[in-house]
Design a protein around this ligand. Structure first.
Ligand SMILES: [Fe+2]
Length: 295
């Protein structure tokens, strides 16, 4: 069966119907979703009550799962979900909301800053898929911004200036901007900055996009304050309201997005309420740039 996609925002985001993603998909359905992602960058599915196994099975129709290690301060023994699932909830292993001063919770608050998933990895994520299991009656939206539209809006001089720029990304930069500056030696090694191009070209559509993220804390060859001020300006342009879609979650929603073409951020919700959203992540095809500067 052919899937149906209706664009629900002026510049991006498709709402998908006529498909049950809890079951194995046909080749036509997989191709339809691939094409929809290339065009809309974000796809929204409703009424898909996925188990973790079903979510992982759906995800691997489109590539390989990312190895989630090194992306958080949560220790293996503190994990609530099995390997392959990223826990984006506010819950501890006992399924209760984390304490207000929990370091794990404070680290996860970094998701409220505009970012692209895993831009702090040498091979950054391709797509992310977020499934809503328990949602908040008020608050807790996820916002998405179209980085292709952001790129298109830049003037020619800026496009020329940024064409070959390379940024340094680390989880310590995004968390540092919220005042989290204390990390163990082991965490410092794990969060060592990686390099990413500032402009990316989509392999299927050829469209260029700004590859921004709160994890970006420097531009290679630029003084740090100048780089951060410049990136801040670009972020402001990139996240203007015309380019932003705000998703109001319902239980059973699955939203998938292309991290190469979009940024996203979580919005606040009452911290004492349980929120259970679970992510699967598709690994990217390769690094966006070399990791070591030429001598
Ligand atoms: Fe994220």
């Amino acid at each position: 069966m052919r899937i149906a996609i209706r664009q629900i925002h002026p510049v991006f985001v498709g709402e998908v119907s006529d498909v049950d993603i809890t079951r194995p998909l046909s080749a036509t359905e997989v191709a339809g979703i691939e094409a929809g992602m290339n065009e809309h960058a974000v796809l929204v599915f409703h009424e898909q009550p996925l188990t973790d196994e079903q979510q992982m099975a759906f995800t691997v129709n489109f590539g390989r799962l990312e190895d989630a290690r090194g992306g958080n301060i949560t220790k293996p023994e503190e994990r609530r979900l099995e390997v392959g699932m990223n826990d984006v909830s506010n819950l501890g292993k006992d399924n209760r909301p984390l304490e207000r001063d929990s370091r794990q919770r404070l680290f996860n608050l970094g998701n409220m800053l505009w970012h692209s998933d895993s831009s702090f990895r040498a091979i950054p994520a391709r797509w992310s898929l977020l499934s809503a299991r328990v949602v908040n009656p008020v608050g807790g939206n996820t916002e998405y911004a179209d980085m292709r539209a952001a790129y298109d809006t830049l003037d020619d001089a800026t496009k020329k200036l940024i064409e070959d720029l390379v940024c340094e990304h680390s989880l310590m930069y995004s968390r540092g901007s919220l005042g989290m500056l204390d990390y163990s030696e082991e965490e410092r090694a794990m969060f060592k900055p990686v390099r990413q191009r500032l402009v990316r070209t989509h392999p299927a559509t050829g469209r260029k996009s700004l590859y921004l993220s709160s994890h970006a804390g420097g531009i290679v060859g630029w003084p740090v304050p100048e780089a951060r001020a410049f990136l801040r300006d670009l972020n402001e342009i990139a996240t203007q309201r015309e380019f932003v879609y705000s998703h109001r979650w319902r239980v059973g929603d699955l939203v998938m997005w292309d991290n190469r073409q979009t940024m996203h951020r979580a919005r606040p919700f009452p911290e004492h309420e349980a929120r259970d959203v679970r992510r699967t992540t598709l690994m990217g095809d390769g690094p966006t740039t070399a990791q070591v500067a030429a001598a």
